[in-house]
Design a protein around this ligand. Structure first.
Ligand code: ATP
Ligand code: MG
Length: 362
């Protein structure tokens, strides 16, 4: 999957630009605060209709303007034109100039794998951040996964509502609750199995990819789930055992909504044990593993964005990482420090020099 052409209107600090990209390496360089991340963010917005910076859509619109537009031509099996238009009141998306009503129909079309220094949150933050990231990855290769997840979340909400309105002294084990719990377990199993399958696929590859970056292959992502070794009877019993507590707390304490994922490095949780650099390498390893899994399932690579990858990494690791990128992967690299990239890679890259909302193409 390759983006050939990009056109921005009032996107962050870009009033109007048009760029043509290389099929391989695109290196976006310039000083701090000039708009390098904004530029790759626009590609992400074109794919997913929202920012990876977690900001509200409105901040993507250039200050003092009403509307912003990101347009791109993307080559997959076919060449298509994509467009995202953001206004204060909402957004619209188009493919080949035809409006797409459901965002979910649009979002699955362009695939992007992004590394950004904020991704260290995957290690440092709460389980919900990790679940969100893994869910996003699975949804890129499994079309029905989000449906299962939405069903689960809907049932969970219904069950929690019921628990909140149930009196502990009343006959709590109503037929309604049993049916709800049964359905919850059924869709929870689907979520669990998809997550497990994905983590197994990741673990088949992540060790050797981590090894290529830093010479140690002992990295695994551990999947921690209440549904571990799923057994329907046992799990239904758990809900029965927990019922009184669930009623007191007014929420369901058991299930895949508590799942977590932990990087294990030499047997330890990397969160407590790993250095900043080791943590960063683990995140990079997971991103490259995602690329390979996507390729295996879809037969092509997503677009790879490496935003500010180089800070904190030594030259040796940087070039190990860049060597993992094969010629079939279209890559966007932002950096303040172009000197850190080897001559070999620079010679096959297209360079874009950014200066306060202006981009000079080489
Ligand atoms: N909605 C907006 N309208 C106008 N300018 C904006 C808007 N949002 C952000 N900016 C500007 O964009 C600039 C930041 O751009 P960006 O984050 O892309 O920098 P960068 O080149 O990646 O810097 P660094 O090297 O520090 O990561 C800031 O100067 C900020 O004021
Ligand atoms: Mg930046």
């Amino acid at each position: 999957m390759k983006i050939q052409h990009l056109k921005l209107l009032n996107f962050r600090n870009y009033e109007k630009i048009e760029l043509n990209f290389s099929q391989n390496y695109n290196i976006i360089y310039g000083n701090n605060g000039v708009g390098k991340t904004n530029l790759v963010e626009s590609i992400y917005v074109l794919a997913l209709t929202k920012s990876f910076r977690g900001s509200v859509d409105k901040v993507l619109i250039m200050n003092n303007k009403d509307v912003c537009r990101v347009e791109g031509t993307v080559q997959d099996k076919y060449e298509n034109k994509y467009k995202v238009i953001i206004k204060d009141g909402g957004k619209r998306v188009k493919i080949n100039n035809t409006k797409v009503d459901k965002l979910s129909d649009y979002i699955s079309k362009i695939s992007v794998v992004l590394f950004n220094p904020d991704d260290l949150r995957f290690i440092k933050d709460s389980p919900s951040v990790r679940r969100k990231a893994i869910d996003l990855e699975i949804s890129q290769i499994n079309n029905i996964y989000l449906k299962h997840l939405n069903t689960y979340n809907k049932l969970l909400k219904q069950r929690n509502m019921y628990l909140k309105t149930t009196n502990i002294n009343a006959n709590a084990s109503s037929e309604y609750l049993d049916i709800l719990t049964g359905k919850l377990v059924e869709s929870g199993e689907k979520v669990y199995l998809s997550r497990k399958k994905y983590i197994d696929l990741l673990n088949e590859r992540i060790g050797s990819i981590y090894n290529s970056i830093c010479g140690i292959d002992d990295l695994k992502l551990e999947y921690v789930s209440d549904y571990k070794n799923f057994d329907r009877e046992k799990i239904l019993n758990k809900y029965k055992e927990n019922l009184n507590r669930d009623i007191i707390l007014g929420k369901t304490g058991f299930g895949v909504h508590h799942d977590d994922f932990r990087f294990k490095f030499m047997g330890y949780n990397i969160k407590d044990y790993g250095s900043e650099g080791q943590q960063k390498n683990a995140i990079i390893a997971i991103k490259f593993t995602e690329l390979e899994i996507f390729y295996q399932i879809r037969g092509n690579y997503p677009i790879l964005i490496l935003d500010d990858l180089f800070s904190e990494l030594d030259r040796f690791k940087i070039n190990n990482i860049l060597n993992l990128i094969n010629d079939d992967i279209q890559t966007f690299i932002t950096t303040t420090d172009i000197d850190k990239i080897s001559e070999e890679i620079l010679s096959k890259s297209k360079l874009f020099e950014v200066d306060d909302g202006y981009v000079r193409e080489d």
